[in-house]
Design a protein around this ligand. Structure first.
Ligand SMILES: [Zn+2]
Length: 260
């Protein structure tokens, strides 16, 4: 997730279906999206396109719905490029990303530090871990899809549902892997988990906690209801829609996880 608005200072060139180039960015038009990249990344673009297409297919198949709007994908050549975009988009001129931050997604745009650079410019991510790389790209595409079905396309006006937005991306992308689920179950056994949903997207278990809660919602309420949850903006509305309370939801999720 995160926020959007204009990006860097570039001029979109005119193109007629092929590649166009302005001062720094080259552009290709594809089904559903345009991809922007710089010259050094051009040799890797075909590999990135395969993963982006796979992520689009996986997300659309999960929700039984296509992406509703076209969007842009930026392949940033380095962290400086990614940071300057986020500084501009988020109105935070001093922002410096953490080493594990490599991508963001909102309704109109996916920003991605070129995966080829992760080994040298990022921590916690390796380009040659192809499954994790695919899942990360799919995760951001779920945010794009989510933003296209949300009243706040850049998620700037959500309240108490960070865990839902992140959990949706974690679950749909396949990041609820066995190791993350085992870690959550262990924490459950030790009674060492947050008592409020607002704290699910925090700490080292945030992927497992948020993802497993969305997994539970999908299991308990069904895919159609999960699809409708994409438009939810705040926790009170979510609980009302589900006809439950936060303590009850947490207790049912706990039982579900214990039986997994
Ligand atoms: Zn995310």
């Amino acid at each position: 997730m995160n926020h959007l608005v204009p990006c860097l200072s570039f001029v979109v060139g005119f193109w007629t279906g092929g590649i166009s180039q302005n001062s720094t960015w080259m552009t290709e038009q594809h089904d559903h999206f345009r991809i922007f990249f710089q010259a050094n990344d051009r040799p890797d673009i075909p590999d990135y396109l395969v993963m982006i297409s796979q992520g689009i297919q996986q997300t659309s198949a999960f929700f039984h719905e296509p992406f509703s709007q076209p969007f842009d994908v930026y392949i940033h050549p380095n962290r400086l490029s990614l940071d300057s975009t986020w500084q501009s988009d988020w109105g935070m001129p001093e922002f410096q990303s953490e080493c594990w931050m490599v991508a963001s997604g909102v309704a109109a745009k996916l920003d991605l530090m070129a995966p080829r650079t992760w080994d040298s410019l990022a921590c916690e991510h390796r380009y040659d871990d192809s499954l994790s790389t695919q899942q990360l790209i799919t995760h951001e595409l779920v945010h794009v899809f989510h933003g296209q079905h949300h009243p706040s396309p850049d998620f700037s006006t959500i309240n108490g549902i960070d865990w839902l937005i992140e959990g949706m991306a974690v679950f749909v992308s396949g990041q609820c892997d066995p190791s993350r689920m085992v870690a959550v179950k262990e924490a459950l056994r030790e009674n060492n988990l947050p008592g409020h949903l607002a704290d699910f997207w925090s700490g080292k278990l945030r992927y497992g906690l948020s993802g497993s809660m969305v997994m539970y919602l999908d299991h308990r309420y069904g895919r159609d209801q999960l699809y409708r949850m994409l438009a939810i903006t705040d926790l009170t509305s979510l609980l009302s829609e589900l006809g439950t309370t936060e303590p009850k939801l947490l207790e049912e999720w706990r039982k579900y996880m214990e039986q997994m």
